[in-house]
Design a protein around this ligand. Sequence first.
Ligand code: DC
Length: 215
Amino acid sequence: MNIVITIDGPAASGKSTVSRELARRLGCPWVSTGAFYRGLAYIALQMGLDFSDVDSLGRLARSPIWSVEMTAENTKVLFQGEDVSDKIAHDDVGSFASRISSYPVVRAALLEGQRRCFKPGLHLVAEGRDCGTVVFPEAAVKIYLTASSQNRAARRAQEQGSSEEQILKSQEVRDQQDSARKVAPLQIPDQALVVDTTNLSLDQAYSPGTQVCSG
Ligand code: DC
């Protein structure tokens, strides 16, 4: 039987790193559902779309001019055939992605593509904000990763070579937006294992001795 493992959590909590490694160990694909929102936000920016024009964003979400592809390393976004995965990684794109992720029409359009990532005959590791609650509510294993705000901002600042203070500010706005939105907010799924990675290395996050809080 093939199963889905979901890993949800706030920005920079280590979801992608843990998902990539878990998928490698299981020999299955993994998907960052955030890449769908980031991809759409990046392309909307490139096209000069008004971020309050919900109808146009909904149409763009379903447009064939862009697509998402799973690879072992990352979740690739292709725009008019060009790989723009590096460009969507920036913190500013994350902030725009968070903004448009509150629109139900956008979420509904992207949900279909996210669910199609579960392919017959293969397990799937899916990470994001609502993977265990909305995208794959029947997932066999649900994990919620978290870490202190300071720690998450420090990780992201190091990755991107930008100011920790600036990242902390934008992260607070993003956490608030993602948790407070009406549709599919960031929350701990029922029966999820909650893992706080604040003081854990990647290896420790996998170790059987890891402190797991109740979900
Ligand atoms: O995980 P990430 O930082 O790449 O996600 C970018 C934004 O996309 C995040 O702030 C909110 C949105 N998102 C979402 O609403 N639902 C998901 N399942 C994944 C991401």
